[in-house]
Design a protein around this ligand. Structure first.
Ligand SMILES: Nc1ncnc2c1ncn2[C@@H]1O[C@H](COP(=O)(O)OP(=O)(O)OP(=O)(O)O)[C@@H](O)[C@H]1O
Length: 250
């Protein structure tokens, strides 16, 4: 297995409360890995730790062999890791094109000062390419707030793509979507997965079964299963923790 990222004994506490403990896993290059678990399982905490929003309290996280613990979050994009946020990250009054351009500009102003100015020149093209990748080029002049919910989520992903990440972290990409928008988002993730590693956090088991190469299941901050969708789906402990939860497990 070629791991692009490996986490070893990662934990995170808030005061005396242990939200995440002893997580050890490897993320294979160019695969889709999903992290699932019931409410309060620690998914968001894990996601925030992997994307540099939260520092882990314990353990180590290596990306392409490099230790991430202690790195500032803005360094993550330059190392090749980008994440999507919920739609509150968009500028609602700006156009679709302006939203990705602002993202490109933010990346540029944070670039290492040692980088040559010429390398900044490609950022506007990257912004346009990101819009094309998520199928939003035709909406470029529309204000973000006037987009459909699914399109706003796609724009959120385009913003993450501006950095041209090798590892794309998606935070509940189908949250709040109906079946049609969910289908389109799954198709988009499949397209994006052809060229990069994807790690997504999801609440709905059903949605990720067909999409993921591998699934990690968290429960009470612990990793209780790690395997193929088929293996995880038939895992007795996973079935037990999901029992009675209305999350589309079946
Ligand atoms: N900043 C914080 N301070 C204190 N406790 C926190 C903090 N963030 C998360 N927690 C706690 O850690 C646990 C895990 O929360 P987390 O949000 O990671 O779970 P989750 O699996 O994403 O849940 P959900 O599916 O409901 O979003 C919860 O008990 C939560 O209350």
């Amino acid at each position: 297995m070629t791991a692009i990222m490996s986490v070893k004994d990662v934990g995170r506490s808030f005061g005396g409360f242990v939200a995440l403990a002893g997580i050890t896993a490897e993320f294979e290059r160019n695969k889709v890995t999903a992290v699932i678990g019931p409410n309060g399982a620690g998914k968001s905490t894990f996601f925030n730790v992997l994307s540099g929003v939260l520092a882990p309290s314990t353990g180590s996280i290596r990306f392409k062999g490099q230790e991430l613990k202690g790195q500032k979050q803005h360094r993550f994009a330059h190392l090749g890791i980008a994440r999507s946020y919920q739609i509150t990250n968009l500028f609602p009054h700006l156009s679709v094109a302006e939203n990705v351009r602002v993202a490109a500009q933010a990346l540029r102003t944070r670039y290492d000062i040692l980088r040559h100015r010429e390398s900044y020149a490609e950022l506007p093209e990257k912004a346009e390419a990101a819009l094309a990748q998520v199928g939003l080029s035709h909406r470029r002049g529309r204000r973000a707030r006037d987009l459909a919910h699914g399109e706003q989520r796609a724009l959120e992903i385009a913003i993450a793509l501006v950095a041209d990440p090798e590892l794309l972290l998606l935070d509940e990409p189908t949250a709040g979507m109906g079946p049609e928008e969910t289908k389109e988002m799954v198709a988009l993730i499949e397209r994006l997965a052809a060229a990069r590693t994807i790690l997504l956090v999801e609440h709905k088991m059903k949605m990720i079964l067909g999409l993921s190469d591998r699934i990690l299941v968290l429960h009470h901050g612990r990793l209780i299963a790690d395997g193929t969708p088929a293996a995880v789906q038939s895992d007795p402990e996973v079935r037990r923790v999901y029992l009675g939860q209305n999350d589309g497990y079946a």
